[in-house]
Ligand binder design. Structure first.
Ligand code: G4P
Length: 292
């Protein structure tokens, strides 16, 4: 990512939006029994806002690893253990098809069992449980909530920068969800994080230079899963080449010629990014949990 593009992103989103979101989250935290954080299973660290731990305090926690349909199952299983060890309940979902979503209500009941017992001891038998849903833009919050609610409860397609009003969504089984009370931005503390967010559509790829993003993604792919390049683009990535050269090799294979001997890198960059987005390269996680 170009340095100025990175700065532009930080200036655009921090600290105004973040401060406001934090304030709204803090205010609403008192009203909820637990916190449910939705992450992209391919980038659980980059799609997290590290301030959540502080904001949630001692509240019971649930982590949803969403977009498991696009993530490497073996790595997702490692992330599940990673978050379990932190004491969080963990759920793996593909909110788009609804896979795994049915486990949400039982998981909430299980993580809140002490609270439920305490409410019952006070005679509050029918008090609904309240959960705050948090997640960065475009991680699948609305899709997930719609699936849990079993109807069009929330408006999908949240636009970055647009503040929404507080939304309580009543789920049939004595459960209320508070849809993210503020826009929760990820932390851009490195170029790698910015790129991971752009690759997974959490931020718009146009904020960055698309060709550089795609070239760096080629390098990541070569390191993480070279067979994906072989299968999709029909060449073995040369370990000596840089990302732009690998893009060019892919453009050659696809026949993206601009003029004699010159290949269309820009077109190839767009194709690579959209094919990753659509899962055509296979299930590829960009981040694995730190080794024990
Ligand atoms: P948000 O409320 O967190 O902002 O996210 P939203 O539900 O609007 O979801 C963003 C996009 O991600 C939607 O696609 C949605 O269908 C997709 N999505 C959500 N969960 C999953 C999942 O588990 N797997 C996959 N593959 N996709 C998921 P969209 O509006 O068509 O945008 P896009 O697909 O072009 O990004």
């Amino acid at each position: 990512m170009a340095e100025n593009a990175y700065e532009k992103m930080v200036i655009q989103w921090f600290p105004g939006h973040m401060t406001k979101a934090q304030r709204m989250i803090e205010e609403n935290m008192k009203m909820v029994d637990g916190v449910c954080e939705i992450l992209d299973a391919r980038i659980p660290l980059s799609s997290r806002n590290p301030d959540i731990d502080r904001l949630a305090g001692e509240k019971p926690r649930l982590v949803i690893l969403n977009r498991t349909d696009l993530a490497d199952p073996a790595i997702t299983a490692r992330w599940r253990e990673y978050f379990r060890k932190k004491g969080f309940a963990v759920l793996e979902t593909d909110a788009k098809t609804g896979k795994g979503v049915n486990n949400f209500v039982p998981a909430v009941r299980s993580v809140l069992k002490e609270k439920i017992a305490a409410y019952e001891a006070k005679g509050l038998v029918n008090r609904p449980l309240r959960i705050m849903i948090l997640g960065i833009p475009n991680v699948g919050k609305s899709t997930f909530i719609n699936k849990v609610a079993g109807r069009k409860a929330a408006i999908a397609g949240d636009k970055p920068g647009v503040t929404r009003g507080k939304q309580w969504i009543n789920i049939d089984k004595g459960l209320d969800l508070l849809d993210t009370p503020g826009i929760l931005w990820p932390k851009f503390d490195s170029q790698e994080v910015g790129e991971a967010l752009a690759l997974t559509n959490a931020i718009k790829a146009d904020v960055l230079d698309k060709e550089t993003l795609a070239a760096n993604f080629m390098l990541r792919l070569r390191a993480l899963k070279p067979e994906a390049i072989e299968q999709r683009y029909k060449f073995t990535p040369d370990p000596e080449k840089n990302g732009f050269e690998l893009l060019e090799d892919a453009a050659k294979k696809r026949g993206f010629l601009v003029s004699r001997g010159e290949y269309d890198i820009e077109r190839m960059a767009n194709v690579l990014l959209s094919e990753y987005h659509d899962g055509k390269l296979g299930r590829i996680s960009l981040e694995a949990p730190p080794e024990e």
